[in-house]
Structures are given as C-alpha cells and as structure tokens.
Design a binder for this molecule. Structure first.
Ligand SMILES: Cc1cc2nc3c(=O)[nH]c(=O)nc-3n(C[C@H](O)[C@H](O)[C@H](O)COP(=O)(O)OP(=O)(O)OC[C@H]3O[C@@H](n4cnc5c(N)ncnc54)[C@H](O)[C@@H]3O)c2cc1C
Length: 349
C-alpha cells in the first residue's frame, strides 16, 4: 500500500510498476505541495552560487525518469528553459565568475554575462545563465498519474485512516485490504501519523501567483527577488514565499503583498493576477529527506522530506528506498531515518 500521490508517491509507484509489484494507493488531496509547485529543476542555489545537495547526480536520474513518464502517460511534462539570474551588482558578477571554476558546479553556470534587452525587466548589471534547467509541470503529472492509477483500479481516492491500520509481523491490514508493506508518502500530512511524528518535519509554507503580462514577452525563467516562470500565452508564475508559522494551505493577503513588492523591484510592465495558490513544503531540520523503515515495525515505511526540491530529489530517493526494501541495499546515512533514532527512543520513554 502507498499513501499519498505527490512527487514522492508517484516516484515510488513508478518503482513498483517497473518491478511489476501489485499495489494500491490512497490519496485524498489534503496536501497540495506537488499540485502548486513551481516545478523547477535547478541544480544551483542561486543565493550563494553553490551546488544544491547531490543535484548533479539527481539530475541524471530525473531527466530520463520524467521523459519515460511523458511517453507512458501521453502528456508533456518537461519544459527545458534556462534560468537567468539577475545580478544586483558588479560584486555579484565577480562571485558568479568565481563559481564557474568550481568542480561539479561550473558546468551549470555560463561564463557569458547576458545583457538585458527586455524593456519590461530592470537588470542594469545583466544576467547569468544557469544551464541544464527547466520546469516539470507537476500538476499535469499528478492529474495524469491519478487517471493512470484509476484506470488500473489501483487508486482509492480517500483519506487513509491511520487508526484502522493493523500491523502484524509479516503483513499489514487495512479494512478489507492486506499487504506486505505500507509506504507513507504523505508530505506534510506526516505530522499526524503516530508512527512517524517523532521525525523533525518542520514544514514551510509557500505561495505562488500566476500573472498575465502581455507586454513582458520573456521566454526565459528570471530569478531576482522572486522567480518569474513563463508558462505560455503571456502567463507567468511568480514566487515563492517562505513562511514557517502558518501551516494551512490557504493563500494569504500577506504573501500576495510580499510577492508584489518583490516583483515590482524588477518588473516594469502592467499585468493582471489570475491565480494565487499555497502549499506546505515538507522541510526537515537537517534539510535531508526522511526515508526508511519504522524502527520497530519494519513493514511500515516513510518517504518524505523533499523540502523545496522535490522534482530533482524524488526519482533518485524513491529508487534508493525500493532497492533498500526489496534488494537489501543500504540506504545512504544522510537520508535514513535511523539518524533520528534517539528522538524515537526519547518519545517512547
Ligand atoms: C509554493 C511551492 C513552490 C515549490 N516549488 C518547487 C519547485 O519549483 N521545484 C521543486 O523541486 N519543488 C518545489 N516545491 C517543493 C515540492 O512541491 C515538494 O518537495 C514536493 O511536492 C513534495 O512532494 P510529496 O509527495 O512529499 O508531498 P505532497 O505533494 O504534499 O503529497 C502528499 C500527498 O499525500 C496525500 N495525503 C496526505 N495524508 C493523507 C492521508 N491520510 N490519506 C490519503 N492521502 C494523504 C496528500 O493529499 C498529497 O497528495 C514547491 C513547494 C511549494 C509549496
């Protein structure tokens, strides 16, 4: 059984599919992270010009993964678009050039400074191009995968009620269903799961707006105070915010004002707001995924903690989890929930 059909659940289902396993998926839409995500895959942290955790390796697994899903589901998911990072000063240009020499990072940073020729964008110090980047249409992916599972008879579009789970040594049971194992891929919903609520999943709310800006005519993703992501038809995603206190999925006026203030620092044309969405990123104290078997009940499993980089992380980490469960391969220590075993012991006592 799999609970949750965001990027984590879908990536794990794909492992089950490719290895011809039988399974059922519960999904209730209570979390929205994968539905609202900007969907960017970008190996570079654009604040500091450093490589995101293992992003170069994850990219190699992610690209064929989404391309195979496009063929299987018959939908367009991957838009390869460069990201242009707006420089705020000459100092930033110099930092960028230093970064282009760094091992593993350099191949993602163009050494050419792009002069801005878009009159609707203010960028007097030019822009740096990040290479091998783009956007996965995560909402299309979730909807297409739901349909695929529904047609197979594998989708149960209901809330999984944890109180009805019966855990035996060799199997688990849930109402009329019986399975060898259960994988919880419930995003921020994990905090209400008594088996795993000892794990330090913080959650970080993000909000994004969609604007229509006919005069902007920008083909590239621009990163300044916020991202502007072209969607086609003069539509652009603008975002995102980061907020720790509010753990609801509702859009707020506070975030709207923040996004517009940041947008106005570099966008110089008229636009209309056409959409505004919110979701909780499943973020972890040490910024690494939460993966592995429950310390006491080995047939209860977690796949979570993809933070703000689910698009890149999900395909690699799901495969690592599958190979751990089915082939006995060792999980990398940095993602294994064993690193929080002291918290589990403290909660029990
Ligand atoms: C505003 C915003 C922008 C983002 N932009 C990017 C980006 O550009 N690039 C990127 O890589 N990442 C981005 N992210 C992060 C990305 O969205 C997450 O890393 C990823 O979606 C997490 O996937 P998940 O499957 O773990 O969780 P989720 O997508 O939250 O999925 C969990 C699923 O479990 C289901 N569920 C939960 N509890 C139950 C239950 N009891 N019964 C049944 N179903 C249940 C939920 O309904 C949901 O479908 C962004 C996130 C936000 C909020």
């Amino acid at each position: 059984m799999v609970v949750g059909l965001g990027l984590a659940g879908i990536s794990f289902c794909e492992q089950l599919e490719r290895n011809k396993k039988s399974y059922k998926v519960f999904n209730d839409g209570s979390q929205t992270s994968s539905l609202v995500a900007g969907g960017l895959y970008n190996p570079v942290i654009l604040k500091r010009f450093t490589l995101a955790w293992n992003a170069d390796i994850q990219l190699e697994t992610a690209m064929p993964f989404y391309s195979q899903l496009e063929s299987k589901l018959g939908v367009k998911l991957d838009c390869k678009i460069p990201i242009y990072r707006k420089f705020a000063s000459i100092e930033e240009q110099n930092l960028w050039f230093e970064a282009t020499d760094k091992p593993r990072l350099g191949k993602f940073l163009s050494t050419r400074i792009i002069e801005n020729d878009n009159k609707s964008v203010d960028a007097p110090y030019g822009l740096g191009e990040v290479l091998h980047t783009g956007r996965i249409n995560t909402k299309t992916l979730v909807r297409a995968y739901e349909s695929f599972l529904y047609e197979k008879g594998n989708l149960i579009g209901k809330t999984f009620d944890i109180d009805a789970l019966i855990v035996e040594k060799e199997h688990i049971a849930y109402r009329a269903l019986k399975a060898r194992k259960i994988v919880f891929a419930t995003g921020f919903g994990l905090i209400s799961n008594p088996y795993f609520n000892y794990l330090p999943l913080n959650g970080n709310k993000g909000e994004l707006m969609t604007i229509k800006a006919p005069k902007l005519k920008e083909k590239n993703i621009i990163k300044s105070a916020v991202f502007i992501i072209p969607l086609g038809d003069d539509l652009y995603r603008v975002g995102a915010t980061y907020e720790r206190a509010d753990k609801t999925n509702s859009p707020t006026n506070r975030a709207k004002i923040e996004l517009l203030d940041k947008l106005h620092t570099f966008l110089k044309c008229d636009y209309d707001i056409v959409d505004h969405v919110a979701g909780i990123r499943p973020t972890v104290v040490d910024r690494r995924p939460l993966v592995g078997l429950h310390p006491k009940h080995r047939n209860i499993i977690v796949l979570n903690g993809f933070g703000s980089r689910g698009v890149l992380i999900a395909p690699t980490v799901s495969k690592q989890l599958f190979n751990h469960i089915e082939k006995g391969e060792v999980l990398p220590q940095e993602i294994d929930i064993k690193r929080f075993s002291k918290r589990f012991a403290a909660k029990k006592s």
